[in-house]
Structure formats: structure tokens, C-alpha cells
Design a protein around this ligand. Structure first.
Ligand code: ASP
Ligand code: MG
Length: 421
């Protein structure tokens, strides 16, 4: 069997869903498990509802809008031909309103998962209704009953053993060669809904593939495959036709956002290749991630992060920075939940860059200043280059002020100030 994953951009409207049908119908003569995200920006919209609700602002109209959008999509796709599907959407809407009106006192993360997970339920209900009415038989399955997690809301951890058991059992009982289910969501204890972290649908696809020993996973995207740089920041991008699992893990560690970082490991463990293909032109070859390392260093990759803060921390008496200081400083970063992007130490100072999260950075700086001298620079860019060469580096730093530079054999990282002033 094979696993397909369609993200929010691929099902952003009814045309996207019709396109999904063409792809599934074309490739769906073997057994297929199709994982789908919420339509378009639905997850953000539901997040906004939860934020409004938990901060005592008006939320009802926003929630109604989300349901209206989905009901319109369903009507456009199947007309009045599937009254059961229309009823299902109404029931989900009733559930959402009742839940929020009655569970006002619960924790933010818990409320978030009970509401935000509905985006995937809605999209897959609509898609199942449309596919079945268009003659592509699918078996809709509820990922909350398959992906068993703990109750660590918004970042739930998968219980692999019981998930494998549930997924294989479902697969034996399925009523069609094509199963359609949700990405991103799972089921915790006491029938609670959980989510696996934003953009987690790729990871869901990997979970199902792992459990079912899939022959392959294909992620359908609006780009022709895995690119060596984000087209938002670079005008000349090249396709990476084949990279290894190891290289993909490195790239996602440094911040390449094409695939969710948790996706690779389960696939690597079971030697399942991951294809990234364009839903706009499925005839293109796209990219494949597998065991083959021979192509890894052929094309340099660029990962660009803006809005970094560089902190330089020294002792007040200018004594050397030693192990005790570093371990104390690390603890403070962890306590303030700031993830270190780069770090470097010299005799008297320890330099660290983090993503700028203004309130967290401010609290951390205040905390550090009790015992250390802290200098900080905002508005810094972090550029990571895999498989760099000197000519590329010279081109990239032209007109910029380099504040920190780190080189290993394959990776170069530069912290720079934008326009070199
Ligand atoms: N719909 C979820 C999100 O937008 C999961 C995903 O798209 O992968 O974060
Ligand atoms: Mg998404």
C-alpha cells in the first residue's frame, strides 16, 4: 500500500478538492491511505476562535464563518445529494458551540485541541462525500481512534505500540481500497482529541506508513518538489531530485520548512521512500528522500531565518566563561522556553542567537542581567548553507555585516546584519 498526504494548500477550495480526486483516481488502483489537512487557513481561523474565546472576546461569528465556508464547499461539490454529510457538518458545529459554551473554565491547550482538530474532521468529511459521489469509493476513518497519544495537548506524543495495533486492525477491516483520514490529530486518554503540533500532517502520514509498512509516502505540494531554498527569499532555486534521510533531517533541523521534522525518522526506520510531488503537475518527477546519500552534496542548500536576536553574555568581573556559567545559562534559556539557534563561546563571552519572541527574550535578558553582563542585537539574519563553497559565501555576505560565523565540513552558518550599516 502507499500513503498520500495532501496539505491545506492543496485543498484550499473546491477546485483543489477536484484536483485531489483526479490524483487519487489516477493512482488509486492499488491500496491507498490518504491523509488530509484542514482546508486552506482553517487551522489559523480556529486558532483565532480559541484565542478570542479564552480572552473573553467575541468568537461566535468567527466560528460560524468557518462552518459557513465548509458548508458552501460541500454544497458546491455535491449539491443536496448527500444530506447525511450536511447533517454531519451541522452536528460538528453544534458540538463546537456547545463545547465552548459549557467548558469555559478549562485549560487553553485542552480547549485548543478540542476545537482546532475539527478543521481536519471537516475537510475529510467533505472530501469523502465528494469522492464517493464522484464514484471514487473511499472509507473515511477517524484518526482520533487510530493515532493514540498521551494528553499533552498541542504537542501530543504518539503511543507507537497501540497506534500500530489500531491502524493495522483498521486496515484489515477497511471497506474500500482507499482509506481517507486526517493528519495532525490524534486521540488521547478519556476520548480527548489531541493535536501533534502545527503542520503535523506530514508526521501523521509517516505514522500511518510506519504502521502499515507502506511502499512509499507521497506528499503533494504546490512546489515541484524539495527545493534548495525557499522561493520566498531566493529567486533562483533548484530542485533537489534525491537526498538521503540524513540530509533531510539536517535540512529540517536548520529550519527548512518543506517537511515537518518529525516525518523522516519513522520512514527511515522502515526504509520507506518519501516522494514530494507537485499537485499542480503530477507528471513531474519531484523529489525523493531515501537511503541514497550519493547526491546529497551536489547542490548547496540555503536556509534563511530572519528576526534573530544575538545575545552576548559575559561575567560581570570579566573572568573566563567556564562550564558552570554555561550550564547555568543553558538552564535559564530552557526555563524561558527559548530555543537556541546558534551558539559560540570565547574566553570571556558566550554568544547565543534565538528567534525573536519579544516578551520571552525580554524576560530572559532581565533574568540574565541579575548575574551577567548582557549585550544584545536585534534584527539579525541567520543563513545556513549546506554544502557551501567560498564563492557562494562571498556572494551571500556582499554588503552585509557578519557578526558570527561557524563552519563545519558541510555546513556554514552566518549571523548577519541586513544592510551592512
Ligand atoms: N492543519 C494543521 C496546520 O495547519 C496541520 C497541517 O497542516 O499539517 O498546522
Ligand atoms: Mg497546514
Amino acid at each position: 500500500m502507499n500513503v498520500f498526504k495532501f496539505g491545506g494548500a492543496s485543498v484550499k477550495n473546491t477546485q483543489g478538492i477536484q484536483n485531489l480526486k483526479e490524483i487519487v483516481a489516477h493512482f488509486g488502483n492499488t491500496e491507498l491511505l490518504v491523509v488530509v489537512s484542514a482546508m486552506d487557513k482553517t487551522t489559523n481561523k480556529l486558532e483565532n476562535v480559541v484565542n478570542a474565546f479564552t480572552s473573553d472576546q467575541a468568537w461566535k461569528d468567527q466560528l460560524t464563518e468557518v462552518f459557513d465556508f465548509h458548508k458552501t464547499a460541500l454544497r458546491e461539490l455535491v449539491g443536496e445529494n448527500d444530506p447525511q454529510a450536511i447533517e454531519t457538518l451541522d452536528k460538528i458545529q453544534d458540538y463546537a458551540f456547545t463545547f465552548l459554551e459549557q467548558d469555559g473554565g478549562s485549560e487553553y491547550d485542552f480547549i485548543y485541541d478540542q476545537i482546532v482538530s475539527l478543521g481536519e474532521i471537516l475537510s475529510t468529511k467533505i472530501i469523502a462525500s465528494y469522492l464517493n459521489s464522484a464514484g471514487v469509493d473511499v472509507d473515511w476513518q477517524d484518526a482520533r481512534k487510530l493515532v493514540h497519544t498521551d494528553n499533552n495537548y498541542r504537542d501530543a506524543r504518539v503511543d507507537w505500540e497501540s497506534t500500530e495495533h489500531k491502524v493495522t486492525e483498521m486496515w484489515e477491516r477497511k471497506s474500500s481500497n482507499i482509506v481517507l483520514t486526517q493528519g495532525f490529530i490524534g486521540g488521547g486518554d478519556h476520548n480527548r482529541m489531541t493535536t501533534l503540533g502545527r503542520e503535523g500532517s506530514d508526521f501523521s502520514a509517516a505514522i500511518f506508513a510506519y504502521c502499515l509498512q507502506a511502499e512509499s509516502v507521497t506528499i503533494w505540494k504546490d512546489v515541484p518538489g524539495m527545493l534548495n531554498a525557499d522561493p520566498k527569499h531566493f529567486s533562483n532555486t533548484s530542485l533537489l531530485p534525491n537526498i538521503s534521510y540524513k540530509e533531510a533531517v539536517e535540512l529540517s533541523y536548520y529550519g527548512a520548512s518543506v517537511i515537518h521534522p518529525k516525518t523522516i525518522k519513522p520512514l527511515e526506520n522502515k526504509h520507506i521512500p518519501l516522494y514530494i510531488k507537485s499537485f499542480l503537475d503530477p507528471s513531474l518527477a519531484g523529489s525523493v528522500i531515501n537511503e541514497n546519500t550519493s547526491e546529497d552534496s551536489k547542490i548547496p542548500s540555503y536556509i534563511f531565518k530572519t528576526d534573530q536576536v544575538l545575545l552576548s553574555i559575559s561575567t560581570r568581573d570579566f573572568s573566563f566563561i567556564v562550564e558552570e556559567h554555561i550550564s547555568d545559562i543553558f538552564n535559564r534559556f530552557a526555563k524561558h522556553k527559548l530555543k537556541i539557534q546558534t551558539m559560540q563561546n570565547s574566553a570571556i563571552s558566550f554568544s547565543v542567537s534565538v528567534n525573536n519572541h519579544p516578551s520571552k527574550v525580554k524576560d530572559l535578558v532581565e533574568n540574565l542581567q541579575r548575574d551577567y553582563q548582557v549585550l544584545y542585537n536585534e534584527g539579525i539574519e541567520l543563513m545556513t548553507i549546506r554544502h557551501y563553497n567560498e564563492a557562494i559565501v562571498q556572494e551571500l555576505i556582499k554588503g552585509k555585516e557578519v557578526l558570527l560565523e561557524q563552519k563545519t565540513r558541510h555546513t556554514m552558518r552566518l549571523l548577519m546584519r541586513g544592510n551592512g550599516q
